[in-house]
Design a protein around this ligand. Structure first.
Ligand code: MG
Length: 204
């Protein structure tokens, strides 16, 4: 399986990072080794960064093989929604971007994509109105709603499947709202989907 991540998908976060809000969707991938082996496994703070950031995101699970998917059929290719954290070595990412280089090493390292709390699509009657929240050590640091996405899940699936065949089990991280920030060893992150506790991750 593969993990597809959309960047720059909430206008407030785009402004936060100084990017152009009118650009086409940007996507990148993480390997399956970015997942945690189980839900109690910690995220180890990598020794190559001094600025590890959380990015709380809605994650859609692909349920069918698909290529060149039209937006109006996109919802037929996903079956569940979970909460993911797109961990990012922000210092490395900014160094790579400044040199015009790909920033895989800032995004794709081991345990950089914890995801949990999947619930069936039927739990979410409106894909464009799904609220989520991320807490850091019990304090809310990000709140988001899929209605604020620049590119909704239908457009994301149509865009990505133009270039990459989607397969059952693939995960799509859909971008993060404003409020990203650093974590330290010992921190605990908790994600909520529509108020329901969905993921808990400890940084070690
Ligand atoms: Mg992200």
């Amino acid at each position: 399986m593969k993990i597809i991540c959309i960047g720059r998908n909430y206008s407030e976060h785009v402004k936060e990072l100084g990017n152009d809000p009118n650009a086409e969707p940007v996507f990148f991938m993480k390997p399956d080794t970015a997942l945690l082996p189980n839900r109690n496994h910690p995220v180890f703070y990598p020794d190559f960064t001094n600025n590890l950031h959380y990015e709380g995101e809605l994650v859609f699970r692909v349920s069918r093989l698909g290529k060149f998917i039209e937006p109006q059929f996109a919802h037929l290719y996903i079956d569940s929604i979970g909460f993911g954290i797109d961990f990012t070595a922000r210092d490395i990412q900014q160094t790579c971007a400044a040199k015009g280089l790909p920033w895989e090493i800032a995004k794709s390292f081991d345990f950089s994509a914890p995801v949990d709390g999947f619930r069936p699509l039927s739990d979410f009657p409106d894909l464009n109105n799904i609220s989520f929240e991320l807490k850091l050590n019990g304090v809310t640091v990000q709140t988001g709603n899929s209605r604020d996405m620049i590119f909704d899940i239908r457009r994301i699936i149509a865009h990505v499947s133009k270039y990459v065949t989607l397969k059952t089990g693939d995960l799509i991280f859909t971008g993060t709202p404003k409020g990203v920030g650093p974590v330290q060893k010992g921190d605990v992150l908790e994600g909520f989907l529509e108020g329901v506790p969905s993921i808990k991750v400890q940084i070690k």
